[in-house]
Write a protein that binds this ligand. Structure first.
Ligand code: GLC
Length: 466
């Protein structure tokens, strides 16, 4: 009784503490994330060593192989017996990831501290299904140290779904996945409150023992099991915020419209988010058709079709797709969280390294047109995308990303530019001739595209334009 009164008081207190954050304070907290625009996701765990193969056979050639335990319907003992011998992180694996992220131009890296299989990558006191107990290593510490050495911000993806815990009552949801779904609990009776207590303790370790954590990326809830009922979500968030006041969290402890979800399925997104449910919404594997004014959002995406490594998935996206996705997202005011799935030894597949390097080469020349920019003022541009920066003295700079170079060498913008207009090629800074007439601005860009994937032209003028 006293306990429950105490926890209600704690909850009220914590919710109020957070409600006290002003819009200006929130903007300050979100600033680095909004400016970053580009992060790297890392899905890595026991499933990585299995690589999409079970008992010598491919489980699939497409789709998330971090779900392999569920796909083959294995209980934790069976899964662990198959997977643990194949999960052998080599020394210095995280330094390799940090170099990949840095070279790509990503500003933050989010790693799966625990995926749905329940195996934690840190050294946990509350679990024996963790890297500390099984490998005598704290892989999360190695990760954090390596990212910090490269000046990258760190985030933890933490699954609230747990396929290993013996008190996790998977029958409470018809919608959330579980390898034993539809089967009776092997241990007869379960008490979900005990699982929730464990979840909170494990997250407490993550928030207490690794210095400053910049992002906490929850995954995930269903319409029929979410929020307070499923995870004591408000108390969990309050604890996290008390330990990490500047942390940025996503919305996936919930699955209601006020938290950005209209239902199940990755496309069931509502363009709204009450900050009490989190800081940003998470379109998965797709880019929303338009921007979402007033809502922070981040599209997460794979380089092929799986999050966790699979030796059978060769459906790699082209450099053109990846770079244009990053531009498209920035032009709509969102972030791109692009995933690598390292192998069981922690090495990054060569194809992924190549893709990330290609993005990095483009960003090295054109990064200014992505970082710290705002959404395009244009709903649609026939030839590409635009981002925007407000300059001193009321001037505006547009970054025009040209995907389809104009055949006649004249780039036309549906806007009359207003005063002291200047156009340049971003790469190299060459000045270009501009003319305005009939509500249109025409830039003489010459006959050939300097960059086949996306050439960037800057256009500066007094006022806001349009
Ligand atoms: C999904 C999947 C998961 C993946 C995540 C990334 O919710 O369950 O495997 O980690 O999306 O967004």
């Amino acid at each position: 009784m006293i306990n429950s009164i105490l926890s209600v008081l704690l909850l009220l207190f914590s919710v109020n503490v957070f409600a006290a954050e002003s819009a200006a304070e929130r903007d300050a907290r979100m600033q680095w994330w909004r400016e970053a625009r580009f992060g790297m996701f890392v899905h890595w765990g026991l499933y990585s060593g299995l690589a999409g193969t079970w008992d010598g056979k491919p489980v699939a050639t497409k789709g998330g192989m971090e779900w392999i335990q569920q796909r083959v319907g294995a209980d934790t003992d069976t899964y662990a017996k198959h997977a643990i011998p194949l999960f052998q992180p080599k020394p210095g694996f995280a330094r390799e990831w940090a170099k990949v992220a840095k070279a790509a131009g990503a500003k933050y890296v989010v790693l799966t501290s625990k995926h749905h299989d329940g195996f934690a990558l840190h050294d946990s006191k509350v679990s024996e299904y963790d890297a500390g107990s099984v490998l005598h290593r704290d892989l999360l510490r190695e990760f954090v140290d390596a990212m910090h050495a490269e000046g990258l911000k760190v985030g933890f993806y933490h699954s609230v779904i747990d396929w290993h815990h013996d008190q996790y009552e998977y029958a409470k949801s018809k919608q959330l996945p579980h390898p034993l779904k539809g089967k009776p609990y092997p241990n007869a009776q379960r008490d979900h409150a005990k699982y929730v207590e464990y979840l909170h303790k494990e997250v407490d370790e993550l928030m207490s023992n690794y210095g400053k954590v910049d992002v906490l990326w929850w995954d995930f809830s269903s319409v029929d099991f979410q929020g307070e009922e499923a995870w004591k979500a408000f108390e969990l968030m309050a604890m996290v915020r008390a330990k990490q006041p500047n942390i940025i969290m996503n919305n996936r402890l919930f699955r209601i419209p006020e938290a950005g979800f209209t239902g199940m399925g990755t496309n069931a997104i509502a363009a709204q988010l009450d900050p009490k449910y989190g800081d940003f919404i998470t379109p998965e594997q797709h880019i929303p058709a338009t921007g979402m004014p007033g809502v922070d959002w981040e599209t997460c995406m794979t380089l092929n079709t799986t999050w966790g490594y699979s030796e059978h998935d060769h459906a790699w996206k082209s450099d053109e797709t990846l770079i244009r996705n990053l531009i498209d997202i920035a032009s709509k005011g969102g972030n791109y969280l692009l995933n690598i799935g390292p192998k069981g030894d922690g090495s990054v597949p060569a194809e992924s390294v190549k893709s990330m390097q290609a993005i990095g080469a483009w960003m090295k020349v054109n990064g200014e047109s992505i970082y710290a920019t705002k959404a395009s003022p244009f709903e649609k541009l026939e030839w590409g995308r635009a981002t925007r920066k407000d300059l001193k003295g009321g001037r505006t700079r547009l970054y025009l990303h040209v995907f389809d170079w104009p055949k006649d060498g004249n780039l036309v913008l549906p806007m009359a530019s207003t005063g002291k207009t200047q156009a340049r090629l971003l790469a190299g800074g060459k000045t270009l001739k501009v003319a305005t007439a009939d509500g249109k601005t025409t830039i003489a860009v010459g006959p050939t595209a300097p960059d086949k994937i996306a050439s960037v032209i800057t256009l500066e003028f007094d006022g806001q334009g349009k």
